[in-house]
Design a protein around this ligand. Sequence first.
Ligand SMILES: [Cu+2]
Length: 315
Amino acid sequence: MNWMRSLMLPMAGSVHAREMDNFYIFLVLLTTFFFVLVAGLTVWSVVRYRRRPGVITPHITDNMGLELTWSVIPLLILMGVFFWGVRGFLGATVAPGNSLEITVTAKQWVWSFEYPDGTRTVNEVHVPVGKPVRFVMGSQDVLHSFFVPTMRVKQDVVPGRYTDVWFTPDVEGLHRVACAEYCGKGHSDMAAKIYVDSQEKYQHWLEEGGDEWKSISPVAFGKLLYESKGCSTCHTVDGSRMAGGGPSWKGVFGRMEMMSDHKQYLADENYIRESILNPQAKIVMGYEPIMPTYQGLLRDRELNALIAYIKSLRN
Ligand SMILES: [Cu+2]
């Protein structure tokens, strides 16, 4: 059956994909069998009962046994097909609880991806082999469709609501995403790459982080991190003080900061870095020591971007 698979279908990248293929090939074989059977019997009857001089064709009006046979056998087969289909459909609908969740945002004409730790990528996403991954998807403009041929999944991406797909990739390497819903003139360019990585490669990629920082300035990247890493829940950037939060970042950089122990420090790069990685070391006068440490949660590149952003708010 493998030759049929490779003849008719693209490579299968998950257990689900192979199950769908088996189902598909079964349906092709089943319908071929019945096509040949019915067409063959028709031709045979035409020949067998053709008009011949002196031969009277028997006049048969019904045959209970035959009618039951051709009703009951197809009924049983179709019920089997139905339950096989439902099983596959339900399996494809509900993602396992331990899935890696990746948020997908579609907009004309790019796919952007966001990981649980806030790492963001554009048109490229890495997933570990053998682990279920669930894509939670939304659109910022029109209808798109997330289609991964090798995983045999395709799902509309709709503005104003979330849809999802999931699969457990088990073939390492490059898989492709295409938009399968015509969405404007750049539709055919709306493609992304899914890299299914070994555990080590995936870990390495996670440490490296996404690629978004490559395309924007450190200040713009810092501003994104300000929102995605939760700083914005405690710090404003317009000079106002957030209730129960920390000092506004506006004007902090380069200023002499008074600590709760009445010592003063210049807020330079090192001070900011320490404030983020070890917030309890120096507590700004008038504030509670509630800031969590970001040690191990931010990459150096991200720290630098945050510092650049805070610097840009100097005045
Ligand atoms: Cu699209």
